[in-house]
Ligand binder design. Sequence first.
Ligand code: MG
Length: 221
Amino acid sequence: MASSNFIRTGRKIIAIGRNYTEHAKELGNAVPTAPFFFLKPTSSYITNGQSIEIPAGAEVHHELELAVIIGKDGRDIPEKDADSYISGYALALDMTARNWQEQAKKKGLPWSAAKGYDTFTPIGDFIPKEEISDYNDVDLSLQIDGITKQQGNTRDMIFGIPALIENVSSIMRLEEGDVILTGTPKGVGRVLPGETITCELVFRGKVLSQLRFPVIDRPKP
Ligand code: MG
């Protein structure tokens, strides 16, 4: 399946904001009544074992997320058909320069820089759809230097995956290899150079993805 090469062939990363109530609250945001999203560049992908780079002056937070991989092109996809557009999943991080995101919010500016730095979308291997028979029951966990910081289950999403696919595809065409980052559970926080992030995706007791990302200073040009 071509979409298993999504890291090389995918054209966009659609990242859902505030899709877990407890996370919206921890950042002092209102719980949304409709989905909203922003875009990240595919150039921000890194794969298991590569380093996350912290730009000078950035307070970078980890956001642990289930990524949905799109398997075929579609627009205006109704919720009831959404399932057939999913080819698989991956475990991902939506790294965020929180201080710059907060400044952008205050000034009404876009989040592209705060979310789009190189290395800001660490992502695991393609997990075929068949390995997760219920996307509403996926356990996600993240540790920094072995200490658990985030632990969540996709059942706590405010907007489920079909609703997200319907919403996004009503605005922009979904294409094979596109990725939807479905939002982060509570527990986001800062990560520093020298630390190591590890994370896990578990479906009903079975570990389907296990990732490790050292954190370093962004090299000077
Ligand atoms: Mg996020």
